[in-house]
Design a protein around this ligand. Structure first.
Ligand SMILES: *[C@@H]1O[C@H](CO)[C@@H](O)[C@H](O)[C@H]1NC(C)=O
Ligand SMILES: *[C@@H]1O[C@H](CO)[C@@H](O)[C@H](O)[C@H]1NC(C)=O
Length: 416
């Protein structure tokens, strides 16, 4: 008995000495960390039409592949891993993302958590499988009937942080025709996968995300999520306080503002950071969704100098808005991109690898991200043609991606 106690004590001391930080794996001195891109980039390059870009990318097939700040991991690696989970962030890191995103929502005890939307728990977690929690949803589950789709809405602010942490992540998706919650939750797109959805993918608070990514020596891009109309102030919680709480979390954790790109779709959030937290405001990213309509795109383009005067330094529209086809059907920088560069703005694109397969059929049916260049898109490898123009002609600072490996392959090849 005595010898058992002694040896297990010794063992645990030895283990503690070697594994000081189980998430760190010696990354800070980066010698042993190998970025892995997996087979997908090779599949895409093989699939490209012949030409100089394909040749160049083929010449980089054996790496080395490096961590790059050009690579913003959008929600982790949600092409295959449930978004905003520990497992998804780990996959993003392994694939070379230099910057990892947490979309920031709040719970009803005003704790910040990583979720894409204030109200997507019914499609990104298993909350509906917990009857006692599901009963607290803003709109509890109503099955589909007589051609009316199923209806449900579960928000982060329906729950405490402790309740949120009991949930498991799942691939974002739902079946609108469901008559049971099991059917409702079974809606992953065929071109994604449930392969990594087992064993309760780990939901993250914003503080846990900061600790994790800081420990890896990587950078962070938190997006302050816009609550639906009428939600704010939430029991006295204002949008400005929400914006402040986000920044305070980095200060508390001792993270330099240079490591953080806070983002928002709301200009007022960006202006708040510029005015009240200028060190963080310098890297604030205005997510510009005005480009989604023709008139909005024109207005947005015209407003760029005014935004610059107001202190905005980084613009991020959906990447379709940064290129177009010229009269010879060549992909070229768009008017918006040209105006932004002229004003000295930096640009970030979102989001690569969110469109599934590129086929003549899917392109014909319409695709948000490739809408303006669809005449020259007909196979999966064509996404590299667009990335190449964005990187080398538009000169984007970074690209958000659902699968960082695809961007890592390109970025390492071109020294970004
Ligand atoms: C739901 O039902 C409609 C109408 O029958 C059908 O067109 C649609 O494909 C169904 N959707 C799913 C995800 O099963
Ligand atoms: C564009 O700007 C004009 C003039 O300020 C405004 O009246 C119009 O509502 C704007 N349209 C869009 C879609 O933003």
């Amino acid at each position: 008995m005595r010898s058992f106690v002694t040896s297990s004590l010794l063992l645990s001391v030895a283990a503690a000495a070697v594994i000081r930080d189980p998430e760190n794996h010696g990354h800070r001195n980066n010698k042993k960390f190998n970025v892995q891109v997996g087979p997908r980039p090779y599949y895409l390059v093989d699939n490209m039409d012949e030409g100089p870009l394909k040749k160049k990318l083929q010449s980089c097939s054996e790496g080395p592949f490096k961590v790059s700040d050009f690579n913003f991991a959008h929600r982790g690696a949600p092409l295959q891993f449930p978004e905003h989970t520990l497992e998804s962030y780990k996959a993003a890191r392994r694939m070379g993302a230099g910057v990892i995103e947490c979309d920031v929502a709040f719970t009803n005890d005003r704790k910040l958590v990583c979720r894409h939307d204030q109200c997507d728990l019914h499609t990104t977690t298993n909350v509906l499988s917990h009857p006692e929690l599901a009963a607290k949803c803003s709109t509890p589950f109503e099955p589909a009937t007589d051609g009316k789709p199923a209806n449900v809405k579960c928000c982060t602010y329906d729950f405490t942080l402790a309740e949120f942490k009991t949930l498991c992540g799942k691939m974002d998706g739902f079946n609108p025709n469901a008559t049971t919650v099991e059917e409702y939750q079974d809606g992953t797109a065929a071109w994604r996968t449930d392969l990594y959805s087992n064993q309760c993918p780990t939901l993250m608070s914003h503080d846990e995300y900061i600790k994790l990514v800081k420990g890896w020596g990587l950078k962070m891009t938190p997006e302050l999520k816009t609550p639906a109309k009428g939600v704010m102030p939430f029991n006295g919680y204002t949008q400005a306080q929400f914006a402040q709480d986000l920044i305070d979390a980095y200060k508390r954790a001792g993270v330099s503002s240079k490591q953080v790109w806070p983002q928002s779709f709301l200009p007022d959030d960006v202006f708040y950071w510029i005015d009240n937290e200028p060190a963080f405001g310098r890297q604030a990213v205005y997510l510009d969704e005005r480009v989604d309509t023709v008139q909005g795109y024109l207005n947005a383009t015209a407003s760029i100098p005014e935004l610059k005067r107001r202190g905005v330094k980084i613009l991020a529209p959906a990447f379709f808005a940064l290129t177009k086809l010229d009269e010879n059907k060549k992909i070229v920088p768009s008017e918006y991109a040209i105006a932004a560069k002229k004003a000295g703005m930096k640009l970030v694109g979102w989001s690569f690898e969110r469109s599934g397969r590129i086929t003549e059929e899917t392109i014909e049916d319409g695709t948000y991200y490739y809408e303006l260049v669809k005449d020259v898109m007909n196979n999966d490898g064509d996404i590299y043609k667009v990335l190449d123009v964005l990187a080398r002609e538009v000169g984007i600072m970074a690209m958000f991606t659902d699968w960082p490996a695809t961007v890592t392959y390109y970025a390492s090849c071109f020294g970004l």
